[in-house]
Design a protein around this ligand. Sequence first.
Ligand code: 13P
Length: 261
Amino acid sequence: MTLTNATPFIAGNWKMHKTVAEADELVSQLMAASADMMEAEVVVIPPFTALNKVKNTLCESPIQLGAQNMYWEDQGAYTGEISPPMLVEAGCRYVVIGHSERRQFFGETNETVNKKIKAALYHGLLPILCVGESLEEREKGETMAKVGRQLSEGLEGLTPEQFSQVIIAYEPIWAIGTGLTATPEQAQEVHAFIREKLSENYGNTACSCAIILYGGSVKPANAFSLLKEKDINGALVGGAALKADSFIELVKESIRAYREK
Ligand code: 13P
């Protein structure tokens, strides 16, 4: 399967929210609005415990399922971890790798991220690789250096064909859960840098099709202006994905932006 950025890609990362019953209720509400979201790739990313139930409810729905993390081994004595085959069995198509919260609170490094990306691809899961700088790094003018390193080390050793199965999410840490969003210009600048940097390794054609998401306080009110930017192909959404109304509105605004691009 070839990924393309011809339509907006909107993924809701529910983080550590929603019991199974709550997850099921939310996804049922989203499914009721599927007809309004047809022009987008819509993905829900619940906690592990809700994956199975959500998949059963989604059934043949065009809404896709993703997971928030995984370990790189297939099985073994790794208490508390979840393997790629387990996610495949649960019906996941996508998996978030290297979210800043994983890096910050759970010690993930570019090296572990790279192992996870390779394991995900090996098992046919499409990884969503998260990159982004802290406020301090931005203020010191180190944004591009940081993001550049996360990309080169996180994607180390991938063939162009493997790279074509990877989605990138630029999530400035200072914009996550803070209500502070990068301006469309700030986000576009980094997205353009990411596309340019990737094209050095994987060629212009692969990179012009690459899906590069923005994440960090995306809401219905700012989705349009962000997605209108040339190199912003979608959003990785936290808080605004937890309620059906705001997530559906956000998807609709993204579709509207794409139509006007
Ligand atoms: P918020 O949308 O809550 O800022 O979270 C963004 C995020 O981290 C998505 O992965």
